[in-house]
Design a protein around this ligand. Structure first.
Ligand SMILES: Nc1ncnc2c1ncn2[C@@H]1O[C@H](COP(=O)(O)OP(=O)(O)OP(=O)(O)O)[C@@H](O)[C@H]1O
Ligand SMILES: [Mg+2]
Length: 274
């Protein structure tokens, strides 16, 4: 990915569902990307601004929504360095709660985020988007902007239904489902229901990355430490799993292994919903 003809990829952590581990994965994957030598930008698109908090950045301006509508120098001026080499952050603030409705007033609104990020693909190898749980116009902007849409799924009650809803939403809107990959998040291995749900969902839907992220105290306490897991708990089991996840994401984005794991485009999403 690196080199003179740099053309950064966009990886979005997204789900309709809240509290599934989007921010946790975005922070750890962005860190691991930078640690692997890729120049990385993480964009916090959520008014909750958890990613911004994780990286201990206080945005100077309280107008992140304007930054994301205007683009160009406005974005460049607001990108902050983090404590980690090769990792920059575009912070969020509470004003982003208005972003979905403001986007509705912009021409070619669904392409807006893609167009705003485009110039930065020349500067970064990877751009990670931390999305809020939303099905608004902002979600569609994220689908258009992303080269890979990574969906954390907690294998609990109604997980399959929520995931089916998401895939149906993407299909109805005509988005490329080949860029959607799921992984299981906050997995409690002792829970039979989690095991059964993971097995059933792997059979029902295509494109699961094999890495699963366990539910552990180490991950939970990342919010207290305000540091990526590999920094705070380098030897933790969950750190190893996030490293595996990163390897698999990087492999997918480089288009490796297409024959052994072909993308399946057609599956019976309706059956899950009915
Ligand atoms: N693997 C895990 N083990 C234990 N706790 C976790 C794990 N992953 C996430 N958490 C905790 O669960 C909560 C939700 O995680 P996170 O903020 O990453 O989810 P999210 O999908 O980004 O939520 P939101 O939709 O609100 O943005 C946080 O308190 C986080 O610390
Ligand atoms: Mg979040």
């Amino acid at each position: 990915m690196a080199g003179e003809s740099r053309r950064g990829r966009v990886l979005a952590l997204y789900h309709l569902k809240g509290g599934v581990g989007k921010t946790t994965a975005a922070v750890n994957l962005a860190y691991l990307s930078a640690a692997s030598g890729l120049k990385t930008l993480i964009c916090d698109l959520d008014p909750q601004s958890s990613t911004t908090y994780f990286f201990r950045v206080k945005p100077a301006l309280k107008h992140a929504r304007r930054v994301l509508l205007k683009g160009g120098a406005s974005v460049a001026d607001n990108i902050k360095g983090t404590d980690y080499e090769g990792l920059d952050l575009l912070p969020a603030d509470w004003s982003l709660r208005h972003l979905p409705s403001l986007l509705g007033r912009v021409k070619r609104s669904k392409r807006r985020l893609r167009e705003i990020l485009d110039p930065f693909r020349g500067e970064y190898d990877l751009i990670v988007l931390d999305s809020p749980a939303t099905a608004t116009l902002l979600a569609e902007c994220i689908f258009v902007a992303a080269d890979m849409l990574l969906v954390p799924v907690v294998p609990s009650t109604l997980a399959a239904r929520a995931y089916a809803n998401l895939r149906l939403f993407l299909r109805r809107k005509g988005y490329d489902e080949a860029k959607v990959w799921g992984f299981f998040s906050m997995v409690e291995a002792r829970k039979k229901m989690h095991q059964a749900t993971m097995q059933a969902m792997r059979e029902q839907f295509p494109q699961w990355l094999p890495a699963t992220i366990p539910y552990t105290v180490d991950v939970e306490s990342m919010g207290l430490a305000r540091a990526p897991l590999p920094v705070r708990s380098p030897r933790a089991v969950a750190t190893r799993r996030f490293r595996e996840l990163w390897e698999q994401v990087a492999g997918r984005m480089d288009g490796r292994d297409p024959e052994t794991d072909p993308w399946v485009r057609s599956f019976p999403v309706r059956e899950v919903l009915e």
